[in-house]
Design a protein around this ligand. Structure first.
Ligand code: SF4
Ligand code: SF4
Length: 485
């Protein structure tokens, strides 16, 4: 059994448990619901992605060296990123649900037996933040998007890391505490419109075995050690539905909720690492777009000349260290301090910071969606010539036509900037609504409430303007063949 103190979703503040009412439950739909709850339901999502991952590794190591012609690079850097954002927007953490990296989990669990527990000191998001920041840095430094070979190694690395950590530890620490894709998806899914919840709270109160988290002879319990009656957030939920399969009372729902509803409910633990994860996610959204526009290269050259640094890795470390680490920390702490000062509220800075960090999420998500959506809209159809080319190279070109390399864009180019602006406006509006609701929740006096959120509105405005400026500049087309003209 899992020690209760390790169930990290347990409330750390005094507000009541928030769970959406399961008015619309995906698990109750006639065919889909049965499929999702079926013992092998997840496997049917994972196997196609496993085959695709193997194909990406194969083509990454043996196929064309040009990124825009290789299955590994086009699929990883154009399709995965665009589709994952759409899935998060429309449903939730579907990639983690279908994740092929966790497929060796059962074998690894057998190896681990009663394996050791993940160290208590690491049961937080600091490792995940460090790995996420490192991943963004390596992506720029090694030009991962331009190298099929390195992209293939990244995929191999994921399989190895997931397997090793699952084999050594008795739980699933890779997903919850390490994986950068998981961290990105967890934090993004806090705005998603579906969440795991209970159907009937009373059934859980009298449930003796708590199989949803402890497991049953028929099914594993929750690998990330979430306890269904206490789940208030999509954070750490990989949508595997093991809880639904293990619950002997069929008491788990995948319920529809207002997108981002958890952001206004005080659902997150008030921890430094949680707040910092959200801020890093937001600032990295801007820096990731910044790394693809001309001013970034101008800044790099200027820094190289001023600091007499010729090593690109060091230059990138400085630029992304400032934007992805120092700025989120400095801006977050400064804004929380100012907000607390304006309201004269006596509370720890950690609490003041945690109050408004959820407001950043809708905007941060919209920045990533607008950015990755742009690449997807400009490069999605490139998969057709890439597949033709792969078949041709392997003597399987049944269609008998040469690859049509001009095929790439899904939407007309003139639609993209207006669409990005619309997405950004929706995100900014969503963040303002969340901020307003939180201020009303925590401050009875309207004037104090407005003063408390004012510094955060300025941060939101600055992030939105910075992102819009990036989107308005010519952006590198990564992973897509560049045709002249
Ligand atoms: S979700 Fe099911 S297994 Fe978990 S506590 Fe409730 S009734 Fe028990
Ligand atoms: S078992 Fe349930 S709560 Fe745990 S990660 Fe899977 S879907 Fe989420």
């Amino acid at each position: 059994m899992i020690p209760l103190q390790d169930i990290t979703v347990a409330k750390e503040n005094s507000s009541p448990i928030y769970q959406p009412q399961p008015r619309f439950d995906l698990l109750r739909l006639p065919l889909l619901g049965r499929w999702l709850r079926w013992r092998w339901g997840r496997l049917l999502f994972q196997i196609p992605l496993l085959l695709l991952a193997l194909l990406m590794i194969y083509d990454g190591f043996t196929g064309p060296k040009i990124a825009g012609q290789n299955v590994a690079t086009v699929t990883a850097w154009v399709h995965y990123r665009g589709l994952v954002m759409l899935a998060l927007l429309l449903v939730g953490n579907l990639f983690c649900m279908s994740c092929p990296f966790t497929l060796p989990r059962t074998v690894a669990h057998r190896l681990s037996g009663n394996g050791r527990r993940w160290p208590q000191a690491l049961r937080n998001k600091w490792v995940a933040i460090a790995v996420l920041v490192l991943f963004f840095f390596l992506y720029e430094w090694l030009d991962l998007w331009a190298s099929p070979w390195l992209t293939a190694w990244v995929i191999v690395g994921y399989f190895l890391a997931a397997f090793l950590l699952e084999a050594v530890f008795a739980e699933s620490p890779f997903c919850k505490y390490v994986c950068p894709l998981g961290s990105f998806n967890f934090v993004s899914s806090t705005v998603s419109p579906f969440q795991i919840t209970t159907r009937d709270a009373e059934t859980c109160r009298t449930c003796p075995g708590k199989e949803c988290v402890n497991g049953s002879p028929q099914a594993l319990g929750c690998g990330t050690e979430l306890f269904v009656p206490q789940i208030q957030s999509n954070m750490d939920c990989v949508f595997c539905l093991d809880c639904a399969r293990a619950c002997p009372y069929d008491n788990v729902a995948l319920a529809a909720r207002r997108p981002g509803e958890e952001l206004t409910q005080g659902a997150w633990p008030r921890r430094w690492d949680m707040a910092f994860l959200v801020l890093v996610f937001a600032f990295a959204g801007v820096s990731n777009a910044f790394g693809m526009v001309p001013p970034f290269y101008a800044l790099e050259q200027w820094l190289a000349a001023r600091l007499h640094i010729t090593n690109e890795g060091v230059l990138l470390l400085i630029i992304f260290g400032v934007i992805n680490v120092l700025l989120p920390a400095g801006v977050g702490l400064g804004t929380a301090w100012l907000s607390r000062r304006l309201t004269r509220k006596r509370e720890p800075l950690r609490v003041a910071l945690s109050r408004y960090t959820p407001t950043v999420m809708p905007l941060a998500f919209s920045i990533w969606l607008a950015h990755y959506g742009f690449h997807f809209a400009t490069g999605a159809l490139a998969i057709i010539p890439v597949t033709q080319n792969f078949l041709l190279d392997h003597g399987l070109n049944w269609l008998g036509t040469a690859p049509t390399w001009s095929l790439a864009a899904l939407l007309p180019g003139s639609w993209l900037l207006p669409l990005q602006v619309l997405i950004m406006l929706a995100g900014f509006g969503g963040s303002l609504m969340v901020a307003d609701e939180i201020s009303r929740r925590d401050f009875a006096d309207r004037r104090t409430a407005m003063l408390s959120l004012l510094p955060w509105v300025l941060v939101l405005l600055s992030l939105a303007v910075a992102a819009l400026v990036m989107f308005n500049l010519p952006m590198e087309m990564r992973g897509t063949i560049q045709l002249n003209g």
